[in-house]
Design a binder for this molecule. Structure first.
Ligand code: SF4
Length: 375
């Protein structure tokens, strides 16, 4: 198959319809192709063999660049190369209970610029296309199928702020839940945001059974803005009101993510502030132990006893609270570092190419875009 001939993208209804007409294909064959790849995650050669015009279909939008398997738990990082030449990551989490969760990226880099996050330090913010988001699911699904495992949940917690790429993320969720595409239940999908109120409401309205999470990390406005620069775009009061409104649309628990940072947000006073801020919202609080990153040596993880005492305070006030120990510690640093270096190099090459009038990679500096973002 020549790459140039494979011009019809599987996720583009219009392109697949053109192919069907041009090659006079039975619509059933396209349905079969989608079912095989998107619902059953069958291998490429199997679905291609059954499809008479397989030379003209592009099954994947991403190229697998590297796979890293954790040696201590069931995590696998998949590094993908996008069309723009930059790298993104997805993480497969094989949880002891037998469930398997896939964490997907929605952007390359991120304009939220969180101080504790390697992606936020990348200095690049570029939206992934819908097919680039969905192909992470397809390729991870194929890996899991080969292991006789089923993909249970999909979480938008990888690189990027999903609601800064709202149109493509919304379209991706539409296709993930569409009966003629992935046919997954919206309740198996979770979108995590640092807080873009209007977009959160639109998403809740569009998908009342979708799970939503807010990366809060502090219930003190000034502290929050220091660790999440984008936090100044929406006040804590505004975020509280937004969740309250979402709970009138969605009959489900809202997830609050809280990263435990030593001396920043982990005192008993911080816990009290968090309890007060939550008030009567129906939430589940996830306390997340921090993994240090090279670019932020001033941030340290809270010691385990501190996390436990913090959790006890929340629980004593009646809040559903869990401590989420993340998987894949051994591959985390290696992977973040590799992506950062590779993307920096590639972005620099692109900058040079742009200066010479050959702009292939469109990228933006996060500082330039942060002020233009919708709150
Ligand atoms: S929003 Fe998420 S990906 Fe973006 S900088 Fe913050 S933690 Fe990193």
């Amino acid at each position: 198959m020549s790459a140039a001939a494979a011009t019809h993208r599987l996720f583009r209804m219009d392109e697949m319809e053109t192919l069907r007409r041009d090659r006079r294909l039975d619509p059933q064959l396209i349905r079969q192709l989608r079912n095989g790849l998107l619902k059953k995650f069958e291998p490429d050669d199997v679905v291609r063999e059954r499809f008479p015009a397989s030379d003209a279909v592009q099954l994947h939008a991403l190229k697998l660049f590297q796979r890293m398997d954790s040696e201590i738990d069931g995590a696998t990082k998949l590094l993908f190369e996008t069309d723009s030449g930059l790298l993104i990551e997805s993480v497969i989490l094989r949880i002891a209970s037998g469930r398997t969760t896939l964490c997907v990226s929605s952007q390359i880099g991120c304009a939220a610029a969180c101080d504790f996050c390697a992606t936020g330090k990348m200095g690049i913010a570029k939206n992934l296309a819908t097919e680039e988001i969905l192909d992470q699911v397809v390729q991870a699904g194929q890996i899991l199928r080969a292991e006789n495992r089923r993909l249970s949940n999909i979480v938008f917690m990888g690189m990027g702020e999903p609601l800064h790429n709202e149109a493509n993320v919304t379209e991706a969720i539409q296709l993930l839940t569409a009966p003629d595409h992935f046919a997954r239940s919206p309740s198996t999908v979770l979108v995590s945001t640092v807080g873009v109120p209007a977009a959160m409401l639109r998403l809740a309205n569009a998908f009342p059974r979708l799970n939503l999470a807010l990366s809060l990390h502090s219930a003190d406005q000034a502290t929050r803005e220091t660790i999440i620069p984008l936090g100044k775009k929406a006040s804590l009061t505004q975020l509280h009101d937004t969740i309250q409104e979402i709970q009138t649309i969605q009959d489900r628990e809202f997830m609050i993510e809280y990263l435990m940072l030593r001396g920043v947000n982990d005192s008993a006073e911080d816990a009290k502030r968090l309890i007060d801020w939550i008030g009567d919202l129906r939430v589940h609080v996830n306390l997340i132990p921090y993994n240090t990153i090279e670019a932020s040596p001033h941030l340290q993880a809270s010691p385990r006893p501190t996390i436990e005492s913090f959790a006890d305070l929340l629980k004593a006030s009646g809040l559903k609270t869990t401590v989420r120990y993340s998987l894949g510690h051994d591959i985390e640093a290696a992977c973040g570092q590799l992506i950062r270096q590779e993307n920096r190099q590639r972005a620099m090459q692109a900058r040079r190419a742009a200066a010479e009038g050959d702009s292939h990679v469109g990228f933006l500096d996060v500082r330039q875009v942060i002020d233009g973002l919708e709150s």
